[in-house]
Design a protein around this ligand. Structure first.
Ligand SMILES: Nc1nc2c(ncn2[C@@H]2O[C@H](COP(=O)(O)OP(=O)(O)OP(=O)(O)O)[C@@H](O)[C@H]2O)c(=O)[nH]1
Ligand SMILES: [Zn+2]
Length: 213
């Protein structure tokens, strides 16, 4: 695969090479996991669980079916020259860790400085949601959201900060509840100009240290 393949199409291209199992095969896999956990998949409480899990997976991983670039396709130019920062803060984030397939729960903050065009503000949250409904690591999710906004909208700058708790660290393994991971991706003016970055950090009430360096 060409290294210049845009991030948003990577998952789609990779998936083309894969054969999707049938619903029955997916449910059979869940039955195997129930047995592996040590339970009896034929008992009353579990007999419908494979179907429920398959439906839940359709919801958790619906983001493979959506092209985030299309979400940003409609933009508006009648802004009377508005060229200040636009920030969407405290967007609830739910995604799944690609290592353990357990939830990562947190908040995201997205900012950009328009260059003649603005986008419907809900679309920024939709871009986040599309990438979040795929298996993720937080760094990749952060970069994908910022890169997509930059590629499509071509603004003067894009900033994305994500703070999240990883259940693979809170409910298993190292068991450290209360620990958040903070990631940021700064592009354009947010990367080049410290005062722009500080203004964004102040607007989102950023955790100390986020986005610096
Ligand atoms: N960088 C990064 N690491 C993550 C993320 N989500 C989970 N991880 C880490 O991925 C690593 C996977 O490490 P492994 O040693 O392969 O797996 P493991 O034996 O289950 O690791 P432990 O969680 O330490 O028990 C762990 O350190 C997780 O904490 C993420 O979004 N970003
Ligand atoms: Zn994990």
């Amino acid at each position: 695969m060409n290294i210049h393949t845009p991030a948003h199409s990577l998952a789609a291209a990779q998936r083309e090479a894969l054969t999707r199992p049938t619903r029955e095969e997916a449910e059979a896999a869940v039955r195997t996991l129930l047995l592996w956990a040590g339970d009896d998949p034929t008992r009353e409480g579990l007999v419908d669980t494979p179907a429920r899990v398959a439906r839940a997976y359709e919801e958790f991983f619906a983001g493979y079916e959506t092209d985030p670039v299309e979400l940003l396709a409609r933009s508006f130019e009648e802004t009377d020259g508005y060229d200040e920062m636009v920030v969407l803060r405290d967007i609830r984030l739910e995604t799944h860790c690609e290592h353990h397939m357990v939830p990562i729960i947190g908040r995201a903050h997205i900012g950009y400085i328009p260059d003649g065009r603005v986008v419907g503000i809900s679309k920024l949250a939709r871009v986040l949601e599309t990438y979040a409904k795929r298996l993720q690591i937080q760094e990749k999710l952060t970069a994908q959201v910022a890169n997509t906004i930059e590629q499509v909208l071509k603004p003067k700058g894009v900033a994305v900060v994500i703070e999240a708790q990883h259940q693979c660290m809170t409910t298993r393994g190292i068991h450290k509840p209360g620990v958040s991971m903070v990631t940021s991706r700064m592009l354009g003016a947010f990367r080049d100009d410290a005062s722009t970055r500080r203004e964004f950090m102040a607007m989102i009430g950023a955790p100390r240290g986020a986005g610096e360096g």
